[in-house]
Design a protein around this ligand. Structure first.
Ligand SMILES: Cc1c2[nH]c(c1CCC(=O)O)Cc1[nH]c(c(CCC(=O)O)c1C)Cc1[nH]c(c(CCC(=O)O)c1C)Cc1[nH]c(c(C)c1CCC(=O)O)C2
Length: 343
């Protein structure tokens, strides 16, 4: 189905109306998501239940008619498949057993031993590729090695990624070994998603912004380049979106350096700046501030129009600059889509 709007924009076409989807579009702001999550028991049980994970992926498509659906899963399932203990503390976020020593790194599974754990995720993709409307594009994803490593090293989310930076300074070999294992296993994980029916891949590097100078080149650019090069060798023409969040100046040239077809933009830079500096190299995704999904009204309409206008001269996927938050009002999502589609 080469006429899907998302695929056309990813090939560089400038469309009169940008296609739209939303990070975390299947999430706690939707009552139907909360009901299915309760049925599953908890978040991880939902991720590993293909029928219910496909159901929550489809909910925002039914409600809003987004142009893309993103597989419902999490970037931390890959470390779990590598042998790490993972759980979610209610109201706090993820917790994991840590990997900070050569012995702990050596104890992890190999890149080809992840599929037993992750096979339910591939089944979710297969269900979705059967059940999605024919005009809707299915996006698979993984975390970027650096971002996933920050959670594995700290055992939890951190504000400044301090523990990961500390390991990088103290034991470069272990740190680089972990990045390498994540790079090669991410390639295998994403390949299985594509074989199961994912049409586009997105790589989330949520903490790319804390890598500076040569570290940014070595641990944000280089792993993304390796993953993208290998995926494109295996699946010629596969479109890939990279999200080096808060990369700032690092956004400039990121698509060229990594081979990504599209770079997702966060809210720390303006749409105007991103159009001039990033969209000149190809498709961009972004970047309405997710707070508008909470506050709504005329400011939401004005900001939506401004994002559409700023990116209107080049290929663009409309999205938020980060995930929609649980306190968002579902009505505001409808208003955003109506504003994009009706002008
Ligand atoms: C850092 C990161 C994670 N997960 C992810 C990232 C990168 C993107 C980003 O920066 O947000 C990516 C992710 N997480 C989730 C998806 C599914 C697709 C989507 O809807 O976008 C995707 C692509 C579901 C989720 N992942 C999570 C939820 C909320 C779980 C719930 O229902 O309680 C969802 C819908 C949980 C999660 N998962 C993670 C954290 C830190 C948390 C807790 C914070 C929170 O509660 O929002 C790790």
């Amino acid at each position: 189905m080469t006429d899907k709007t998302i695929l056309r924009a990813l090939r560089g076409e400038v469309l009169p109306t940008p296609p739209v989807w939303m990070m975390r579009q299947a999430g706690r702001y939707l009552p139907e998501y909360r009901a299915t999550r309760a049925e599953a028991g908890d978040f991880l049980s939902l991720c590993y239940n293909p029928e219910l994970a496909a159901e929550v992926t489809l909910q925002p498509i039914r409600r809003y008619g987004f142009d893309a659906a993103i597989l419902f899963a999490d970037i931390l399932l890959l470390p779990q498949a590598l042998g790490v203990d993972l759980w979610f503390e209610t109201g706090e976020g993820p917790r994991m057993s840590t990997v900070t020593t050569p012995a702990e790194l050596a104890a992890l599974k190999g890149k080809d031993d992840i599929h037993d754990t992750l096979s339910p995720i591939y089944e979710t993709v297969r269900i979705l590729s059967r059940e999605l409307p024919k005009e809707t594009t299915l996006i698979g994803f993984a975390g970027a090695p650096w971002t996933v490593a920050t959670y594995m090293i700290a055992g939890r989310g951190t504000k400044d990624q301090g523990p990961a930076h500390a390991l990088k300074a103290a034991d470069r070999a272990t740190f680089a070994g972990l990045i390498d294992l994540l790079t090669t296993s991410t390639i295998e994980y994403l390949s299985k998603q594509v074989e199961a029916g994912a049409e586009v891949i997105k790589i989330f590097d949520s903490w790319a912004g804390s890598l500076k100078g040569q570290d940014f080149e070595d641990f944000a650019v280089e792993p993304a380049r390796r993953i993208i090069a290998e995926l494109k060798a295996r699946f010629p023409g596969l479109p890939i979106i990279a999200f080096p969040r808060e990369a700032g100046e690092g956004y400039i040239g990121f698509a060229k350096k990594t081979g990504a077809d599209c770079v997702a933009i966060d809210n720390s830079v303006s749409a105007e700046w991103a159009a001039a500096n990033v969209q000149k190299d190809g498709c961009v995704q972004g970047n309405l501030d997710p707070r508008h999904m909470v506050t709504g009204g005329q400011p939401l309409i004005d900001a939506t129009r401004e994002v559409v206008r700023a990116f209107s001269k080049g290929p663009h996927l409309f999205n938020l600059g980060h995930g929609i938050t649980p306190d968002a009002d579902p009505e505001n999502v409808a208003l955003m889509i109506e504003t994009i589609r009706k002008g």
